[in-house]
Design a protein around this ligand. Structure first.
Ligand code: NDP
Length: 394
């Protein structure tokens, strides 16, 4: 029986993974090793009971008592706190979903790779923060990383049977997010609820706002570079408002392989779950005659400064990905708290990167985990300081 763990089981990607496991037979068809959540202890306990997990872990240490009560006499062991999540990653499983949001997904992902598992990677932040470390850890232990981000799953599928050396360019599609049709001058006043109204995808709160600012696409550009090993100038971004083409690979002979499908994460999660086979998935089928047309437009960098910052990060490498991601997470927290305007998130990230410049290291530096975590911490401290100064300026 295949053994499975889900990190971030209570989130949007986690729940959709649970849905696919349930449809494929649930507890009777899989041995579920570890399920983790953050603060939603009630939901974590429900899923753990349903799937008869060996252990359920919540990131929030204050959740332990409630988790224990809710799972009393269920046979599910319980634990809490970040170290307990990392320990859950040490429990061997054949297939592990990495769907924690943010840099908190990095350490568990690395520890999963150490026992040679297949890591289905939704947590793009870990590749942005420590791509070379993650790829080296997978290679050292014969582990496999399968992309779950819909764009990267699309690219991965468009590369099947092809030689990466024949790739000329990779075209990442972007919906443009909730504010794509707002006038540029109105964006400064966008509120959280405006940025959350995504036109095509139902996702977690943080990634939805990152879609509106295109910080999500910026992370994905860096993720593409780290995962597929292509050069930064081979990666393009195009706005495709319908979100039906999930990304494309252009080859040296001029051919472009595009991956189309309904905007439903269960496709790319299911692809990673069933890889290298394909299985029936409960996703809508495209009616191309009804869709009739697909449209594209170039992204305006004045509207999406995050894309320009991603280019800087790729040129610099070293610890700049760790600093970029951490500063972006702080900027988002500040926006969510109403302390920073929508367009000032990119300004905060840029100012934080500039302040850290001497400490970001050179290109191609393969940093140890401690350096990465130290930079993650430092960048958060600097970003909070910068945010305070920016609030003073305003
Ligand atoms: P959600 O916010 O919906 O879920 C995040 C999960 O992580 C939840 O289980 C949450 O627990 C848990 N969590 C939050 N903080 C911590 C922490 N500090 N330590 C441990 N666990 C924590 O996110 P999504 O599912 O939207 O996204 C997950 C990842 O997948 C992200 O990296 C995102 O970029 C990526 N992704 C998501 C897509 C989507 O469609 N949603 C598409 C492509 C990629 P709880 O809810 O219990 O607090």
């Amino acid at each position: 029986m295949r053994s499975i763990s889900i990190f971030g089981a209570t989130g949007s990607v986690g729940e959709q993974t649970v849905d696919l496991l349930r449809r494929a037979g649930g507890a009777g068809a899989f041995r579920v090793v570890a399920l983790t959540g953050g603060r939603n202890v009630a939901r974590l306990a429900e899923i753990a009971r349903e799937l008869q997990a060996e252990v359920a872990v919540c990131a929030d240490p204050d959740g332990l008592v409630e988790l224990r009560e809710r799972l009393a006499e269920s046979g599910v062991a319980v634990a809490a706190g970040p170290e307990a999540i990392a320990e859950a990653a040490d429990r061997p499983a054949d297939w592990v979903m990495s769907a924690i949001v943010g840099a908190a997904g990095l350490v568990p992902g690395l520890r999963v790779l150490r026992h040679g598992a297949t890591l289905a990677l939704a947590n793009k932040e870990s590749l942005v923060t420590a791509g070379p470390l993650l790829m080296a850890e997978a290679a050292a232990h014969g582990a496999r990383i399968l992309p779950v981000d819909s764009e990267h799953s699309a690219i991965f599928q468009a590369l099947v049977g092809e030689d990466i050396a024949a790739v000329e360019r990779i075209v990442l599609t972007a919906s443009g997010g909730a504010l794509r049709d707002w006038p540029l001058e109105a964006l400064a006043a966008a509120r959280v609820e405006d940025a959350l109204a995504h036109p095509n995808w139902a996702m977690g709160q943080r990634i939805t706002i990152d879609s509106a600012s295109m910080f999500n696409k910026a992370l994905e550009v860096i993720e593409t570079r780290e995962f597929f090993g292509v050069e930064p100038d081979q990666i393009e971004v195009i706005i495709h408002p319908e979100s039906l083409i999930h990304s494309m690979v252009g080859y040296r002979d001029g051919a472009i392989m595009a991956h189309l499908g309904a905007p439903d994460m269960r496709h790319s999660i299911g692809y990673a779950l069933n890889w290298p086979k394909r299985a029936d998935l409960p996703v809508a089928r495209l009616d191309l005659a009804r869709i009739a047309s697909l449209t594209f437009r170039a992204p305006d960098l004045a509207r999406y400064p995050a894309l320009r910052l991603a280019r800087d990060v790729m040129a610099r490498r070293g610890l700049s990905g760790a600093a970029f991601n951490a500063a972006k997470e702080v900027a988002l927290d500040q926006f969510l708290a109403g302390r920073l305007g929508f367009m000032r998130m990119a300004e905060l990230v840029e100012r934080t990167l500039a302040a850290l410049d001497p400490e970001l290291g050179g290109s191609n530096l393969l940093n140890g985990l401690e350096d990465v975590l130290a930079m993650d911490h430092l960048a958060r401290v600097r970003a909070v300081e910068t945010a305070r100064r920016m609030a003073g300026d305003a």
